[in-house]
Write a protein that binds this ligand. Structure first.
Ligand code: NI
Length: 174
């Protein structure tokens, strides 16, 4: 398993609509392992393949690790088939926006269909943090970032902070 470099916003790669996976093969399973390894190394609750530059519809999440018991989930071609009327706010972050958070309103619960690591069709009902995480990661597959749910003003503010952060980082490397 390999920890891969995470792409930081703003970056045009984070805006592409990712391709569906045709077949869950060993290559896809290897990528899932690398995504999990990267997510744990970066202390994230979720990660999508496009965040390491792979434009395919694959996400990994683990919301249980906060309690100390890892429960990795890997989802291929995930699709939200139903969302609750009830919406909730949550202070959301993203590994592509290190240390930046913002309140984002989303449906409280969702139904998701996906393929598991063996290629079998699965369905799940998610609430709470898992529902939040899955919606955030599935957004990534359509090139949508959490800042896209904010007002234009707040989005610009966060993107400006990211540009500054990236410049400072480049200076540090140079
Ligand atoms: Ni994210």
């Amino acid at each position: 398993m390999t920890v891969m470099p995470v792409i930081h916003a703003p970056d045009p790669r984070l805006q592409v609509v990712c391709e569906a996976v045709g077949c869950v093969d060993d290559g896809v399973r290897r990528l899932m392992d690398d995504l999990l390894e990267t997510m744990y190394a970066e202390k994230g609750l979720g990660l999508s393949a496009i965040q390491v530059g792979v434009p395919r519809r694959i996400v990994v999440v683990d919301v249980a690790q906060r309690d100390g018991t890892p429960e990795p989930m890997t989802l291929v071609n995930p699709d939200i088939t139903a969302a609750s009327q009830e919406r909730v706010e949550f202070d959301e972050g993203c590994l592509s926006f290190p240390d930046l958070y913002a309140m984002v309103e989303r449906p409280a619960s969702v139904d998701v269909t996906y393929l598991d690591e063996s290629g079998a069709v699965r369905e799940l009902h998610a609430e709470g943090l898992l529902a939040r995480c899955l919606q955030h990661e599935i957004d990534h597959l359509d090139g949508i970032l959490f800042v896209d749910h904010l007002s234009a003003l707040r989005r610009r503010l966060i993107l400006r902070k990211m540009i500054k952060w990236k410049k400072a980082r480049l200076r540090d490397i140079a």
